[in-house]
Ligand binder design. Structure first.
Ligand SMILES: NC(=O)c1ccc[n+]([C@@H]2O[C@H](COP(=O)([O-])OP(=O)(O)OC[C@H]3O[C@@H](n4cnc5c(N)ncnc54)[C@H](OP(=O)(O)O)[C@@H]3O)[C@@H](O)[C@H]2O)c1
Length: 316
């Protein structure tokens, strides 16, 4: 047997099916997706529609229904849903069977409270199942402070008494270009040293979400959804160098220096810059280089490798 054939058989042998056996479609359930005008929530709604879920079974939860006319035009019902406003959540979750809960974007303690509000409202209003967008590494001592939010929300879900499924997302491949501005002149910089991450596109995460939302067999499961290749930031610089044919140096910076640069260059708030700098530092602990095979078992294919995603996004 050739080595590639042997490796293939090992991989297949390791692929327990998710879920086991043929799964009936979840018919006539009402699914509410929060963060519906955000990039992930919007992608999940569009993927559901494209893969055959009737728009009449989909509810878009958003703080800004006025900005969701495109979804309404597709037959999706719009409801105001703000994690900071429990009354809006009560009205939004009424009659909903399955809630796809997109993690919010506030500072750590505020966001913990927001997610608790959403889960409490789901319990009050008879929601049967929550599918939550967590993160690949939920270690509470992570230099990436947002990991604490996901750890708390996963715990709150487990204690809620509702059916839940946790989708632990790898770092989005889509966010990389924002950290590569000026690479041709200045190279690439971040606090990352050698540790790698398995970046994954939102579009692939949306495909996995649509599958989990519309098939049975997922209660109590945690799926870690990561890309097929692991790269550190120096590897990313090397991809850029190869594709452009021009040198792209990599500079590893102290976390606090990098956070200051982000604030100065983009005007983002300090709490967000600290979190993002911490995320690149956290790559070095190994918790972002996780390959469970969950994505391939759910969808029967691999996610797009980050190298291909970068080439497409940067037009290389
Ligand atoms: N794994 C990663 O690498 C990674 C990277 C970036 C972000 N994330 C997380 O994944 C989430 C989705 O990512 P994304 O790219 O879709 O971000 P995004 O485009 O910024 O969308 C996030 C959406 O969350 C919703 N939201 C924020 N605060 C809310 C609140 N108080 N109540 C209700 N909804 C609220 C908003 O939806 P409406 O405007 O429609 O209300 C917002 O548009 C982010 O919010 C963040 O938690 C993960």
């Amino acid at each position: 047997m050739t080595l590639p054939a042997f490796i293939y058989i090992l991989r297949i042998g390791n692929m327990r099916p998710i879920p086991s056996g043929p799964q009936p479609p979840q018919e006539h359930i009402m699914i509410l997706i929060t963060g519906a005008t955000g990039q992930l929530g919007n992608a999940v709604i569009n993927t559901l529609i494209e893969s055959g879920t009737p728009a009449a079974q989909i509810v878009a939860g958003t703080r800004k229904p006025d900005a969701a006319a495109a979804l309404e035009a597709k037959g999706v019902q719009l409801r105001k849903a703000d994690y900071a406003d429990p009354a809006s959540l009560d009205a939004a979750f009424n009659g909903i069977d399955t809630l796809y809960l997109v993690s919010g974007d506030a500072p750590i303690d505020v966001r913990i409270e927001h997610h608790r509000n959403a889960i409490a409202a789901a319990v009050r209003n008879g929601v049967k199942r929550i599918v939550y967008t967590s993160f690949v590494d939920t270690a509470e001592d992570s230099p990436f402070g947002f990991a604490r939010i996901h750890a708390d929300t996963e715990r709150t879900l487990a204690e809620s008494g509702l059916e839940f499924t946790i989708l632990r997302h790898g770092v989005y491949a889509d966010i990389l270009p924002a950290f590569l501005n000026g690479y041709a002149e200045r190279g690439v910089a971040s606090p990352n040293q050698h540790g790698k991450a398995r970046f994954i596109r939102r579009a692939d995460l949306a495909a996995a979400a649509a599958k989990v939302l519309t098939t049975g067999g997922h209660p109590g499961k945690t799926y870690t959804l990561t890309g097929p290749t692991a790269l550190n930031m120096a590897d990313i610089a090397a991809v850029l160098e190869t594709r452009t044919g021009k040198p792209v140096a990599y500079h590893s910076l102290p976390t606090s220096d990098y956070a200051s640069i982000l604030v100065k260059a983009t005007g983002m708030p300090q709490w967000l810059a600290d979190a993002l700098a911490g995320m690149f530092a956290a790559m070095d602990r190994g918790g972002y280089d996780i390959q469970t095979g969950d994505f391939a078992r759910l969808l029967g294919r691999d996610a797009m490798p980050v190298e291909a995603a970068l080439v497409a996004q940067l037009g290389l």
